[in-house]
Design a protein around this ligand. Sequence first.
Ligand code: GAP
Length: 524
Amino acid sequence: MADKEYTDPERMEKIVSLCKRRGFIYQSAELYGGLNGCWDYGPLGVEVKRNLKDYWWRRNVQEREDIVGLDGSILTHQAVLTASGHVGGFSDPMCDCLLSKARLRADQIEPQSGTAYHYSGASEGEWTVERRFAVLLREGQNENKARKTARQYYAQFHHNKSLSPKTLELQGETTSQEENTTSFNPENGSLLTEAREFNLMFKTQMGASSSEDDPNAVAYLRPETAQSIFTQFKNVLDTSRMKVPFGIAQIGKAFRNEINPRNFTFRSREFEQMEIEYFCRPGDGLRLTDEWLENRLSFYEDIGLPREKLHVLDVPDGERAHYSEKTYDIEFDFPFGCQELEGVAYRTNYDLSKHQEHSGKPIEYFDETTKEKFIPHVVEPSAGCDRTVLALLCEAFDEEDVVDTKGKTETRTVMRLNPRIAPIKAAIFPLLKKNEDQVRISREIQEELGSFMHVFYDETGAVGRRYRRQDEVGTPFCITVDFETLGEEDPELKGTVTLRHRDSMEQERVAIADLLPRLLREIR
Ligand code: GAP
């Protein structure tokens, strides 16, 4: 069984560095020091993301008769999110470090034990400050560390900002033994403020005449794509004539003012979700939740995440979202630990009922056959697009030792991305850029394949180096036009090219006329 606690920070560092170096993912506003929790996808990253979204859409909307799509607005009416419970309850407990002012998620602080040093204040000559402060020292740490930290804390209240904290006299030092406390910052031992609820939604003002106090001018950036599906349920039902069970799918941006964005794109403040609300009869909810779980696991396998690295957590009572009667989290072994990729939740008829109640408009479904009227229940597979891209990049990254044609061993970096996800499907090389016929044929192949897939033409450097550059960005196929293609070595090989496979590095001769159907089969 896989070790769910296993982490590999060195591997993660290499992945983050490759993502920047090769144009997959950049820090947003890096030029100005970076916008925390926001990321920009570069030329290759945007292709990976599009391939993932296109495949998800094809599998879940285009290839199914029972699911239709929606593209709702990001700006969301206050009343929608009040009804859904987000305005009142979409929050995380948060506390601040009294010394560094860092903001921490109170429920994610590791419990610590040790000796707490308490102070009532500090003085310097005539100047005094009276404030309670404390520092936690773990076993083996010197008591002077507590005093140094306390002096740094009190120095910030002194009018002389260049004063050395060493000159401060600490007041009322006492100690206490603490077991499994979460009241101190694990980074520096400083006391934290009491936890407060912090709403995670981004609020904004709408309209030219908007004023801070006008509740009608308030809108939110949606914290999940789901709510527009619920509020448009009746319109979709009336205009598409779907019959329960049926689903509405949506891919789009969501925004959460996460207290601690971290692990590269894993926890961001702006991210994309791929969600389905699958409406059903009340008695079918639990069965469909199990069915959707299996469906989603097989989806991940089909894009290149191995089953043994996917784990299912049956979220226990008390830990599920307020609307859910059953939730499975699909988790993946990232290099920073086993973490959630997707939630498959049975949301009952909570959301539709709430919107019916708050809007005062009927959202019931009438079953023509049984003549029954009811509010449909819903099963929601909710995947994170950015998290899935990250999982795919983490899984694909590989380094291996290979021996070159001169017998020298070198490290080959290769992104073993599934061909349907790879940003470039095929790279096309003339063996020699000075050979006009090779260049012409390469350009013809580029043009033919380019109408069906993303391809890349490269004529610079030795062909071995060109292969390596493509390996590093996950291109599954390289096509080389050489002297055989021109029929100069063996007339039988005229009109064929070398097709080189990224993972095995094996090469085969393929007729130019067979390239397109062959590649289309491989990347579908
Ligand atoms: N509509 C249900 C819902 O939003 P969720 O578990 O809060 O449920 C669903 O989010 C998925 O969205 C998560 O499994 C994750 O993949 C993605 N997600 C949530 N918060 C995220 C964040 N801050 N950064 C990146 N992805 C996030």
